[in-house]
Ligand binder design. Structure first.
Ligand code: PLP
Ligand code: SF4
Length: 341
């Protein structure tokens, strides 16, 4: 199994309040049938959700579910987390982006020059049905500082690496003390200049953008970049906007990645709205990803020709800096590959 929701059973709440981000993880919906009932979906969805979620369980925090329209099985946020029969036997690959070949030491991937990706944890705050890592062998991923030592040791011997990307899973499912310890280790390696955090948590549970996390990014000598992941303007409600503003007001640049998804954002007006909202919040739309052809996710695929047309539409309607680069991940390529318009 890929990402294990039950890991959160062991999340320590400590002195946190009822509304803390840890508590929001604990109370997340992790049952397909429950999700269908909460949203009052028509009959039939429940059976599929229960059956299909066995391989990749449902996981959706209530604060995210609250942004969905009840009674609408086509809600663009619901589509991202609801298991459908379409996932069964669709002929996709288990490792479409060849992560297995790029593992340098356990928990560390390198595909591109100068930067490596650390799999800090297997846990996510949401289970996105289209995720290219849904079959990743996360049980091998490190979960404590000691387990990151092989990666840290490797980094010391690699003066060509100047940027470390904290990824996963989602690094912000780790508690701030552990993130702070990890960053303290990374910043001791003199040739590392930048720290990038790839996280969907500011969008899914905006309360996760704590002052402790911000302080830790402000305190490090490394230049921080935060890359969030939003696919639809309805994800960016006022609380998410406030979380993003906290980051940016503290001098932390924020970029956004979007996956082009059938039934979620495969519409020019929606993408324009998303990009406009992002730049209004000072977030630069970074990448628009063509779907990785992972098994169980092919029903989300938008054909390249259609994607190109959508991006041409964005370019006609938005300032240049508001148009994301349309890319896909080609196994063996030395960067994300631009999809020409
Ligand atoms: C996508 C990715 C990166 C980041 O690529 P950028 O183009 O720098 O955003 C780095 N490492 C791996 C393994 C990746 O998959
Ligand atoms: S897309 Fe990101 S947040 Fe969603 S399941 Fe995959 S790694 Fe986790």
């Amino acid at each position: 199994m890929a990402i294990v929701a039950s890991q959160f059973e062991s999340v320590r709440i400590g002195s946190s309040t009822r509304g803390s981000w840890q508590n929001q993880l604990r109370t997340a919906v992790r049952d397909g049938a429950e999700l269908c009932r909460l949203l009052q979906l028509p009959e039939g969805y429940e059976t599929a959700a229960t059956r299909v979620s066995r391989e990749f369980p449902v996981f959706a925090p209530l604060s995210y579910v609250a942004r969905m329209r009840p009674g609408d099985p086509h809600d663009p946020l619901l589509r991202q987390v609801l298991p459908l029969n379409d996932e069964i036997d669709d002929g996709g690959s288990r490792d479409p982006v060849a992560d297995a070949q790029s593992t340098v030491v356990p928990g560390m991937l390198q595909k591109y020059a100068g930067r490596v990706l650390l799999i800090t944890t297997g846990a996510c705050a949401i289970h996105c049905r289209y995720c290219f890592r849904r079959h990743f062998p996360y049980t091998e991923a490190p979960r404590s500082l000691a387990q990151w030592l092989p990666a840290l040791r490797e980094l010391q011997t690699r003066p060509d690496i100047e940027e470390v990307i904290l990824s996963g899973g989602d690094p912000l499912t780790l508690v701030d003390t552990l993130i702070t310890e990890l960053i303290a280790q990374i910043e001791q390696i003199p040739h590392i200049r930048r720290l990038r955090v790839h996280t969907r948590l500011p969008v899914v549970i905006p309360d996760r953008v704590t002052s402790a996390f911000i302080d830790c990014l402000r305190a490090t000598r490394l230049t921080p970049w935060v890359v969030i992941h939003a696919n639809h303007p309805a994800e960016l409600d006022d609380e998410v906007a406030a979380a993003i503003t906290r980051l940016i007001d503290n001098g932390i640049p924020v970029l956004n990645q979007t996956v082009l998804l059938r039934g979620v954002n495969d519409h020019e007006d929606r993408l324009v709205e998303l990009c406009r909202r992002l730049v209004d919040l000072r977030v630069a739309p970074y990448y628009l990803h063509q779907l990785d052809r992972v098994r169980g996710a092919l029903h989300f695929e938008v054909p390249l020709e259609e994607g190109r047309r959508l991006v041409r539409g964005l370019r006609e309607r938005l300032p240049g800096y508001a148009v994301p680069r349309y890319v896909w991940e080609e196994p063996g390529a030395t960067s994300k590959v631009a999809i020409g318009e």
